[in-house]
Ligand binder design. Structure first.
Ligand SMILES: Nc1ncnc2c1ncn2[C@@H]1O[C@H](COP(=O)(O)OP(=O)(O)OP(=O)(O)O)[C@@H](O)[C@H]1O
Ligand SMILES: [Mg+2]
Length: 245
């Protein structure tokens, strides 16, 4: 459904991505695993129209996708939850969630339906109760994370990109988000799940790509490698240190 081919992105001297090629299938949870600074968020930003590649191409449904800015990616069915949690702090939770839609629909959701619409989306995965009328900026970080996730889900994306979204969540909310991810994948959505937590990788992923120093060192089915083998591909030095106590 989606492919990145030979993507390169440099920031001055820093090579954030080099010759990165990955093919993604509809209806899968595809994990991107990599250490800090390995290029994960750069890939996320490339697939959201925030940054443009220096080289390489994005293919959507087998055809070159010119992209453009974030609006073009959103119109093509991409929705991204970025690593940095960004709510509109002074606006209500309801407004924040429906911001996901407002840009898409020419007419916004009728006033009388806004609250229930937002609530219905949150209920799909948030275990923690969140007051819909509260200013989003006053919520704890974990609740803000759920609001930003709801903003992406309300769009019914074809491709949902989640950059380290579970970091701030407690156990119950995290499990609920995982179950939503499985449900969406079951409906044909492609989910790009970015993480560096090995436990999440092993339980959740259908396929796994490993980034190291901006290069894709492996893409494989879950079960094709053990956690120890994945760690070795992701961070050979750490793996060696662990192995030798
Ligand atoms: N705007 C930028 N300007 C300069 N360098 C950048 C910029 N964004 C990323 N980089 C550099 O590019 C490399 C890849 O960064 P990226 O954010 O993609 O890594 P990451 O895998 O998401 O890391 P983390 O696990 O810490 O989120 C890093 O060396 C980073 O310092
Ligand atoms: Mg990152």
């Amino acid at each position: 459904m989606l492919e990145v081919r030979g993507i390169a992105k440099r920031y001055g001297e820093t090579v954030a991505l080099a010759e990165a090629s990955i093919a993604f299938r509809a209806g899968t949870i595809h994990t991107i695993l990599g250490e800090n600074g390995s290029g994960k968020s750069t890939l996320v930003k490339l697939l959201s129209g925030i940054v443009r590649p220096d080289e390489g191409a994005i293919l959507l449904d087998g055809k070159p996708f010119a992209g453009g800015g974030p609006a073009a990616f959103q119109a093509a069915g991409f929705a991204t939850v970025f690593q940095e949690v960004l709510v509109a702090p002074d606006r209500s939770v309801t407004d924040n969630i429906l911001l996901g839609l407002d840009g898409l629909l020419s007419r916004t959701v009728p006033r009388g339906e806004r609250r229930s619409r937002a609530e219905a989306v949150l209920k799909r995965f948030a275990v923690t109760g969140i007051a819909l009328d509260q200013a989003a900026g006053q919520l704890p970080l974990a609740a803000q994370q759920l609001v930003v996730l709801a903003r992406a889900v309300v769009r019914n994306p074809r491709i949902l990109i989640l950059d380290e979204v579970t970091a701030a969540l407690d156990f119950a909310d995290r499990e609920a988000v995982f179950s939503l991810m499985r449900q969406l994948a079951g409906q044909g959505c492609l989910i790009l799940f970015i993480t560096h937590r090995m436990d999440e990788v092993m339980t959740l992923s259908d396929r796994i790509s490993i980034l190291r120093g901006g290069r894709v060192v492996a893409t494989q089915e879950r079960g094709a490698a053990t956690a120890a083998e994945l760690l070795k591909a992701m961070a050979p030095q750490t793996a060696a240190e662990l192995a030798h106590g």
